[in-house]
Design a binder for this molecule. Sequence first.
Ligand SMILES: C[S@@+](CC[C@H](N)C(=O)[O-])C[C@H]1O[C@@H](n2cnc3c(N)ncnc32)[C@H](O)[C@@H]1O
Length: 282
Amino acid sequence: MSDSSHFKAQLREGWNGAAVGWRLWAETLEVAAQGLSNRLVELAQVKEGDHVLDIGTGIGEPAITAARKVGPNGRVLGVDLSREMLAVARERAKAVQLQNIGFREGDIENIILPSSHFNAVIARWSLMFLVNVHDFLVKVQKTMIPGARFAAAVWSEPAKVPVITVTTNAVASVLNQSLHTSGMPGPFALSDSLALEQVFNKAGYRDVKSERFEVTFQFKSARDYANYSQSVSALARPMLSTKPADVQEQAWNAVEKAAKQYESSTGSIIMKNQAICVVGTR
Ligand SMILES: C[S@@+](CC[C@H](N)C(=O)[O-])C[C@H]1O[C@@H](n2cnc3c(N)ncnc32)[C@H](O)[C@@H]1O
């Protein structure tokens, strides 16, 4: 198996394993991130009747937001590597009775898509997991009609994303090993906004712009945050699952303790995080 297929197999396994947790915590996630989906749909100028592609849709966002916008004459396709994440996306789309949305399992870097078909492409927190972002951006451009926009959201630098790094830092210190490898695909691979704009420019997009967007996560308590992370993390949870039970317990207790720095006077945890939105036109 090549390095890239080994990486993809691990990634798929990680997200398949996290899907149950994403289903459980979908409401918390969407209370925090609905605004970001709205912004991506706005930046991509999605309108009624459009055909929209959502890259790495996971449990269905921002595809569901776009499907509401395009209405019955439009159509949204959400693609994801993980069958289990897509099962939750299908459930969620059905629950809100959306008939103009479809989901397809596949590696977006390798699947074949129609030429000059989509009026808009959107992606929330998925581009940074791709192995070759430049090649992917070139390829996806061919599936967009001329003038169509691609709007993506990625995470800003680690210190500005406590909802992830409170967990990864605490787990790393218990395991004495880093969870983020620089230069590798992962949550922070595209956290430099200038480099991000550059990769869109180099891939041939016009009018490339980026902006910061605040995403606030709220939890009932520090323990609630640790439970959330334990459920949704595609990184810390699988890494810890091979460790003895006492090490796992120590790690999740360390996560709970670290979260307390975000405690409000009522004991709830409020974490403000920074995302970067980038948009470019074919
Ligand atoms: C952090 S989740 C984001 C899910 C969703 N877009 C959201 O914002 O809630 C990242 C998603 O990207 C998907 N993904 C990562 N690499 C992919 C690839 N090469 N092709 C398709 N999906 C991919 C993962 O399976 C996962 O569901």
